[in-house]
Design a protein. Sequence first.
Length: 166
Amino acid sequence: MHDLSSTAGIVALAGAGVALVALILAAIALVRLRRLRADQRVVLGDKERRDLVEQGAQLERHFADLHGYVEDVASTLNARLATAEERLDGTIAYRALVRYDAYNEMSGQQSTSIALLDARRSGVVVSSIHHRDQARVYAKLVIDGTGELQLSPEEEEAVRIALGGG
């Protein structure tokens, strides 16, 4: 065996050290190259022979398609929302109930007038007049807060309360 303290032994040890360092650097470079290729696959896709310009153009086309789809969905949703809002304007938005004695009797305020109005302040006032031996129901149209026919004081009060005036 050769002595490692000789010139040939020292050169052999130095060569082995350089080879070990080169092997470690090669392993590090291999790991980095694999990471780089994985990142390229993310950017360029799975095709082997695609260039960056082609990938960018395809991404632009996909983005334009997605943008068009989102605009279509948004316009559909806007139309549906407008329809829903229009329908909601026709629902009961204001209401009030007034109880009273129609014939100035002490009968416990059995007569009632109820106002049911939509967002346009239009709707109906229904009055139920109770007497000892009979009851009558009346309905009158209200358009923009005003009765189509003359409203009784109790019906006017129900409309006023419904619209927030009392």
